[in-house]
Design a protein around this ligand. Structure first.
Ligand code: HOZ
Length: 424
């Protein structure tokens, strides 16, 4: 038995499913999760000493690669001054300045501890501001695990084939309306049948929790126009795209300004962090200025701020990082497309910048229904092949691949060789 297998066995009796987040379980790929001991650059090393080229990157935040020396140094420095105060710090002000400086639509920002918290708080602010209750989300988009958002959600919910979570009272989701990603007419129909009741439309500007599904030309601009027409707020959930597609996230990449934006782990450089921000008039609804209550003892935690400030400062000062990871993305995903063409394998590769995925379906994938046509058994075989050759993909057909600045052309070449063998 390997050490990972032993640890998994111990964990299963103590932690539900042996993991602290369902997407880490290898259930859908028929393997044992690798228990990670350490990570450096583009690599993760498991408890048995096996090294893997990592395409999870902690689900996005390790954009500079694991264990970046400057981030590590700043965290170590901050630890010397105590771990948490429950009182404000200069680092929180610096973090807010950085985000507002880099992202023009963010005039004010509130730090929280996760993307889930960021989204539930942004929705509360939108409801408080508009005085309306209903929200529109898209099938296959995942916005964390809060009650109101677990409706036709992507990520682990989709992998497990759970339609909606048990334990969520119907009352919590009665104001959540679901539209079809990339289909403006489905959004328009919901606005028409719920006149003056929609507080906000929340969208992953590039859907990355049903596999990667880019927005079709005009989709995001269409959402902006519909929200304006109906005096609803547009919320971009940039937990995955923020500071990844570019420093300005999807807003900068597609040139669309959202009213509110939510961020997650990437702004913590690997620490548990999230944030929501946007228009000042909306954010001033939040307590203690306004009547929308939201709070958190560990929000703006000094160690998390140290890591986040270090990472965001590097990303702001070195735009060549985005050029590099986007070019690597073009090589990797473009190469995969080429292999699919050559081998005639019924697969579809979707990608934007450093984000991408290969669906095991011959169909184009522009929405949840099409993503679900993927053959998850074939994905599982592909996943196992890649893992056995030292490449650690996310253990689900419906998750994204993430590149970091520590990945190189050689890593991409090695990966493409394996993809070629797997598809052949
Ligand atoms: N958005 C991440 C995966 N799609 C979340 C990771 C998790 O749920 O642990």
């Amino acid at each position: 038995m390997t050490k990972s297998e032993q640890l998994f066995q111990r964990a299963c009796g103590l932690i539900p499913g042996g993991v602290n987040s369902p997407v880490r379980a290898f259930g859908s790929v028929g393997e044992t999760p690798r228990f990670i001991k350490k990570a450096d650059g583009p690599y993760m090393i498991d408890a048995d000493g096996n090294q893997y080229l990592d395409y999870i990157c902690s689900w996005g935040p390790m954009i500079l690669g694991h264990n970046h020396p400057l981030v590590r140094e700043k965290v170590t420095e901050a630890c010397m001054n105590g771990l948490s105060y429950g009182a404000p710090t200069e680092a929180e002000v610096r973090m807010a300045e950085l985000i507002c400086e880099i992202v023009p639509s963010v005039e004010m920002v509130r730090m929280v501890n996760s993307g889930t918290e960021a989204v539930m708080s942004a929705i509360r602010a939108a409801r408080g501001f508009t005085g309306r209750n209903k929200i529109i989300k898209f099938a296959g988009c995942y916005h964390g695990h809060s009650d109101a958002l677990l409706v036709k959600a992507g990520s682990g919910v989709m992998t497990a084939g759970v339609p909606d979570s048990s334990g969520v009272p119907a009352g919590c989701t009665q104001d959540t309306l679901t539209a079809v990603y990339n289909d403006l007419s489905s959004v328009e129909a919901l606005f028409d049948s719920n006149k003056d009741q929609i507080a906000a439309v929340i969208v992953e500007p590039v859907a990355a929790n049903m596999g990667v599904v880019p927005p079709k030309e005009g989709f995001l601009a269409g959402l902006r126009a519909l929200c304006d027409r109906h005096q609803s707020l547009l919320i971009f959930d940039e937990v995955i795209t923020g500071f990844r597609l570019g420093a300005g996230g999807a807003q900068g990449y597609y040139g669309i300004r959202a009213d509110l934006v939510t961020y997650g782990k990437i702004i913590g450089g690997g620490m548990p962090v999230g944030a929501y921000g946007g228009r000042k008039d909306v954010m001033e609804m939040v307590a203690p200025v306004g009547a929308v209550y939201q709070a958190g003892t560990l929000s703006g935690n000094p160690i998390a701020m140290a890591a986040g400030i270090a990472q965001l400062t590097i990303l702001k000062d070195r735009p060549e990082i985005y050029k590099n990871i986007n070019e690597l993305g073009e090589k990797l995903y473009g190469g995969m497309e080429q292999i699919v063409k050559e081998t005639g394998a019924p697969c579809t590769v979707n990608h934007v910048g450093s984000l991408g995925c290969m669906f095991f379906t011959g169909q184009q994938v522009e929405n949840y229904a099409q993503a679900k046509t993927a053959d998850t058994e074939r994905f599982a075989r592909y996943f196992r092949f890649m893992l056995s050759h030292g490449v650690h993909l996310a253990p689900s057909q419906f998750e994204a691949m993430f590149l970091s600045n520590a990945h190189t052309e050689d890593h991409v070449e090695l990966t493409l060789d394996l993809v070629r063998q797997a598809l052949a």
